[in-house]
Design a protein around this ligand. Structure first.
Ligand SMILES: Nc1nc2c(c(=O)[nH]1)N[C@H]1C(S)=C(S)[C@@H](COP(=O)(O)O)O[C@H]1N2
Ligand SMILES: [Mo]
Length: 357
């Protein structure tokens, strides 16, 4: 078997060095500290100044709006914990490996986002006749798929009107840092991260589905470019296991002493609340139920734990989440050209041994 990670290119390395993941030991925090939250930035972080920033709301609306940050802050303010996960999480585990940001399984984080709900603002602007979608444009611009464009994504109007969708200017009680979208970003709970447009400066109501590159040229599930595919939308159920014991520097292989160990991790799904988590110590051959903590919100991950009596030997630890709609994690995910939505089991290799032996 060829190692799917073999032959990582300089281009993949340059993406990986810009866009960091969440170190898996940070699974210990309910709320991911800002600097440990994963990052994904397609182009460059744009220069931005909140004193001159304006959010324009236009297109098929009754009353176009142009709002300053001060005007936005005077609106209803809410803070909510939300788990964001990149749609490309798990991409580097696929074989053949789609060439893009080569995530393993760490493109996830949970933050407390502060901002104002989008729905009342859209009501104020008033959707005009025939409006079906809402497009969100960031201030960042670049070239992808041979096309120069602003980073822009859309949502069906009904999804944009969900009460939990926020325009956020704060994260974990701090102003948004440049890399997370300062001064303003969209946060769409339950949807993969590409939906939550950063450096948000334009909202456009459309009478036709949005056809920009980030909507129709990317984020499609298909096995060949000829197949039109289906759009990537909500986060598939997933769980991660905080690697226990001591890491080996290069391989990240884990070493544990024999005895009782409390394994723990997090589980989430954008489709339904998390219903259960199971743990395997034999690579998914057999499973036992983990203890599941309550989710702070259906849109934020749940903690789980499992007490393991470890005897000397080699093990492959796995966790498996199932949501209340019955969606679960596969042992191996179906391949697709973009390497999206790979929610296959997280596998952690450990060796249990006595230091004396
Ligand atoms: N304007 C803009 N918004 C963006 C992106 C981007 O490149 N530009 N990346 C998207 C992707 S693919 C993801 S996964 C999330 C990552 O958000 P984070 O970096 O705050 O974790 O932002 C999304 N919003
Ligand atoms: Mo992403």
């Amino acid at each position: 078997m060829t190692d799917p990670a073999s032959g990582i290119t300089m281009e993949e390395l340059s993406l990986a060095a810009r866009n960091h993941g969440m170190p898996l030991e940070a699974l210990r925090y309910d709320v991911t500290p800002v600097g440990l939250h994963y990052l994904l930035i397609h182009f460059d972080i744009p220069a931005a100044d909140e004193t001159s920033w304006r959010l324009e709301v236009g297109g098929r609306v009754e009353r176009p709006l142009s709002l300053t940050m001060e005007e936005l802050r005077r609106r209803q303010v809410v803070t909510a914990p939300v788990t964001l996960e990149c749609a490309g999480n798990g991409r580097a585990r696929l074989d053949p490996r789609p060439v893009s940001q080569p995530w393993l399984e760490e493109a996830v984080g949970t933050a407390e986002w502060t901002g104002t709900p989008l729905a009342p603002l859209l009501e104020e602007a008033g959707a005009g006749p025939g409006a079906v979608e809402v497009a969100f444009a960031g201030a960042d611009r670049g070239v992808q798929g041979g096309l120069e464009h602003d980073y822009e994504r859309s949502l069906p109007l009904a999804e944009a009107m969900r009460s939990e969708v926020l325009l956020a200017w704060g994260v974990n009680g701090q102003p948004l840092p440049p890399q997370h979208g300062y001064p303003l970003r969209l946060v769409v709970p339950g949807w993969y991260g590409m939906t939550s447009v950063k450096w948000l400066r334009r909202i456009t109501l459309l009478t036709e589905p949005f056809e920009g590159y980030q909507q129709t040229g990317s984020y499609l599930l298909h096995t060949s470019e000829d197949d039109p595919g289906t759009p990537v939308t909500r986060i598939q159920p997933r769980s991660l296991l905080r690697p226990p014991g001591l890491p080996e520097f290069e391989s990240r292989h884990r070493l544990l002493l024999p005895g009782r160990h409390r394994l723990s991790g997090r589980a989430w799904s954008g489709l339904a609340p998390v219903d259960r988590v199971e743990v395997s110590t034999d690579g998914g051959g057999s499973w036992a139920p983990a203890r599941l903590e309550p989710q702070p919100s259906p849109w934020a991950w749940a903690g789980w734990s499992f007490d393991w009596d470890a005897a000397p030997g080699s093990y492959e630890l796995c966790s498996r989440a199932t949501d209340a709609a019955g969606n679960t994690q596969p042992a191996k995910a179906a391949w697709n050209t973009g390497g999206y939505a790979n929610n296959a089991l997280h596998r952690v290799a450990v060796t249990v041994r006595d230091p004396a032996s």
